[in-house]
Ligand binder design. Structure first.
Ligand code: NAD
Ligand code: DAU
Length: 342
């Protein structure tokens, strides 16, 4: 394994990025971490307040700002030069992309391009964080799962922008020899996830005295993975992955939305029918499912936190004990959903 000395983590103040920074700080204290994050509605500086100050450099800025990005690779920035980029920064929420795709094209496509160009100029290892949504969806009764060979077939403006970013990364590898890898992961859950997302929205609705909201009949299936397992997979690919390769990341966590909601209701002492059915997402994907054979057999990565009930209990506890973290976002998020009929 090649352990980087100094990583640039874009989007490190968001949900998965912050969990990844915590993971690296815990497991690789000798690696310096620079976070570049614009602190949009989805990012919070305080998500990183527990990281040792001497291990973290925080830069508030936009990945589309080419001169700013360039400045991180020149002169005397950081204790040692940046030797790897782990690129999380994105607009990440499907419902937002349906209202206005513009920031998705800007950050997810142009922003990725700006970073690729900097990585190319300075010959920096690049790991791109992507999603299983680039493959579109599967029928509920399809015996197959997504693999690295699945054709790209994105459904939403968000997924299409992520697919575009994957194609850019592949092209920069093939054309310029950029040392790049890509991971496409399924739905993450855990601490620091924004209250717009399915699991935190339902937990915080219950805590705030609002009835949980289920899109349509709730039969859509997501393949849930603990964010901790996603973080360990990213580190494995960053340090041991084959250059130019794509790895799918998942932990066999398929569940329908209604099952997940009923689990949350039961664990929070509510009646199983204590929720509202709301508008389904236009064009909403039916099912995602990951076949993670490649990363498991080639790199020996395995998920550790596969007990979803336990993971859900820990996540519920986290939101119970972090009201100050999520409450400021709750009203605006619910107001936006109300206008969308969600
Ligand atoms: P998030 O929305 O919680 O965080 C995104 C972060 O990026 C925020 O801190 C935000 O401030 C920052 N950001 C946005 N635009 C920026 C810009 N122009 N410049 C700099 N920073 C900017 O997202 P997340 O759920 O943590 O997802 C992170 C990545 O993982 C995304 O690339 C997403 O596509 C991918 N992914 C997410 C999931 C999931 O389940 N959440 C699953 C697979 C892949
Ligand atoms: O698969 C990976 C993707 O997972 C990531 O690429 C995205 O960044 C991430 O947001 C997530 O996308 P989804 O669209 O699957 O997640 P979301 O939490 O928005 O919704 C999950 C399912 O729950 C989906 O079928 C819609 C449904 N839903 C969502 C919300 C917010 C509800 O039923 N009620 C809700 O209130």
């Amino acid at each position: 394994a090649i352990i980087p000395q100094h990583i640039l983590v874009t989007g490190g103040a968001g949900f998965i990025g912050a969990n990844f920074v915590h993971w690296v700080a815990r497991n690789h204290p000798a690696t310096h971490i620079t976070v570049l994050d614009a602190l949009t509605y989805a990012g919070k500086r305080e998500n990183l307040s527990e990281i040792p100050a001497n291990q973290l450099t925080f830069v508030r800025g936009d990945i589309c700002d080419a001169p700013l990005v360039e400045s991180l690779f020149t002169g005397t920035f950081g204790p040692t030069p940046i030797d790897a980029i782990v690129h999380f920064a994105a607009e990440s929420h499907n419902d937002n992309s349906i209202l206005d795709a513009a920031p998705f094209l800007r950050t997810n496509v142009t922003g990725t391009y700006v970073l690729l160009e900097a990585a190319r100029r300075h010959d920096v290892r690049f790991h791109h964080i992507s999603t299983d949504e680039v493959y579109g969806d599967l029928a509920l009764d399809d015996p197959h799962k997504f693999t690295e060979q699945s054709p790209y077939n994105p459904s939403s403006p968000y997924s299409a922008s992520k697919a575009a970013s994957d194609h850019l990364v592949r092209a920069w590898h093939r054309t310029y020899g950029l040392r790049a890898t890509i991971s496409n992961c399924s739905n993450n859950y855990g601490p620091y996830q924004h209250v717009e997302k399915f699991i935190p929205r339902q937990i915080t609705n219950i805590l705030a005295g609002i009835r949980p909201k289920l899109y349509g009949q709730g039969l859509a299936v997501r393949d849930w993975i603990s964010v901790e397992d996603h973080c360990s997979a990213i580190w494995t690919i960053l340090t041991q992955g084959r250059i130019g390769e794509t790895y799918l990341v998942g932990s066999n966590g398929e569940r329908s939305n209604i099952d997940v909601l009923r689990m949350i209701l039961a664990r929070m002492g509510r009646d199983p029918d204590d929720f509202d059915h709301v508008n389904d997402r236009p064009g909403g994907d039916v099912r995602y499912a990951i076949d993670a054979t490649k990363i498991e057999t080639e790199l020996g990565w395995h998920p550790k936190y596969t007990n979803f009930s336990t993971g859900l209990d820990e996540t519920i506890d986290w939101y119970r004990t972090h009201t100050d973290w999520w409450m400021p976002d709750k009203t605006a998020t619910e107001e936006k959903y109300r206008r969308q009929g969600h």
